[in-house]
Design a protein around this ligand. Structure first.
Ligand code: NAD
Length: 295
């Protein structure tokens, strides 16, 4: 299948690589020439614009940082909608607010194009391994068309409902993740300050009612989980600034719905302080340093 893939960053590049490996012909577009050249060497074709990439594509996929990029890549004069053929399936995999993808979808519908949202979880490791979870918001017919292609980049392809619901699932999950990491950090730091061995404490939590992914897979205390970013100086993983972005999406969506997200707002401020200290590029589990005495 000929696929336009636009946005080839930490997530998009390995996703595109998996599609090339699966035998698809890719039209590639990004602002970063280095990654374009790298993927062209694997067999992709470099395009001059999102419009150019979409012209003869049978499917369009975008994977961009935030809502402003999604709006410009889809709606600008040289954007996807200026090139895409009528009836060609399309999907945006970026993590953005539900309203933006609904706006893009409404603009696309005017020219006979149906657009889905399919944000992902699983991080860069999942993108490389092809084990991402896709949370898809789309009419069932489009979901059925996308499913086999998404399955070449991911393991769980979940239909969440109509367009926008993928983003809702994603921001609710990350709201909880941001809060649970703060909770685990608070408990681990308190235990240490009160004098219990942190390995023992983590073991108790992970076999008791406090257990969660932030404690048993991604524990923020260094050395508890060897494979977690906390055990390698909080490098790699999921940057605190991306978590801050996702909590911003959740609190903004909540504001629009007049729905309280009290702990989410507190967590957002904690990650914001972390970012202000210059630590926004560290893995989000480094939030535990807000609770630890400086050495
Ligand atoms: P990234 O910043 O590494 O990559 C974004 C890419 O988009 C870059 O290569 C950039 O050059 C390109 N880009 C920006 N503006 C563009 C434009 N106008 N036209 C063409 N290309 C443009 O980001 P990422 O880590 O790949 O994340 C992408 C999305 O996936 C984000 O919404 C992020 O929140 C989400 N996400 C990231 C992770 C993760 O662990 N990194 C996990 C899940 C979801």
């Amino acid at each position: 299948m000929k696929i336009a893939f636009i946005g080839l960053g930490n997530m998009g590049a390995p996703m595109a690589r998996n599609l090339i490996k699966a035998g698809h012909a890719l039209n590639l577009f990004d602002l970063n020439q280095t990654v374009l050249k790298e993927l062209a060497e694997l067999g992709g074709t470099i395009s001059d614009s999102p419009r150019d990439a979409s012209k003869d594509a049978e499917l369009v996929i975008t994977m961009l940082p935030a809502a402003a990029h999604v709006r410009s890549v889809w709606l600008n004069e040289d954007g996807v909608l200026a090139g895409i053929g009528k009836g060609v399936p399309a999907v945006d995999c970026s993590t953005i607010d539900p309203q933006t993808i609904r706006d893009v979808s409404a603009a696309a519908a005017k020219q006979g194009v149906v657009v889905a949202d399919a944000p992902v979880s699983g991080g860069t490791g999942g993108a490389q391994a092809g084990t991402l979870t896709f949370m898809v918001g789309a009419p069932l017919e489009l979901f059925a068309t996308l499913q086999p292609v998404l399955a070449q980049m991911g393991r769980n392809i979940v239909h969440c409902g109509d367009v926008g619901t993928g983003q809702i699932a994603k921001i609710c999950n990350n709201l909880l993740l941001g809060i649970s990491m703060v909770g685990v950090s608070e408990a681990m730091a308190l235990g240490d300050a009160l004098g219990i061995d942190t390995q023992v404490l983590a073991g108790i939590i992970n076999s008791s009612t406090g257990r969660c992914w932030s404690s048993d897979t991604y524990n923020p205390w260094p050395g508890v989980i060897e494979t977690a970013p906390s055990s390698r100086g909080y490098t790699g993983g999921f940057g605190a600034d991306l978590m801050l972005k996702d909590l911003g999406l959740a609190t903004e969506a909540a504001r629009q719905a007049k729905q309280p997200v009290i702990l989410g707002a507190v967590a957002q401020q904690l990650y914001q302080s972390m970012s202000q200290r210059g630590d926004g590029g560290k893995d989000f589990s480094a939030i535990i340093n807000s609770y630890r005495k400086p050495k």
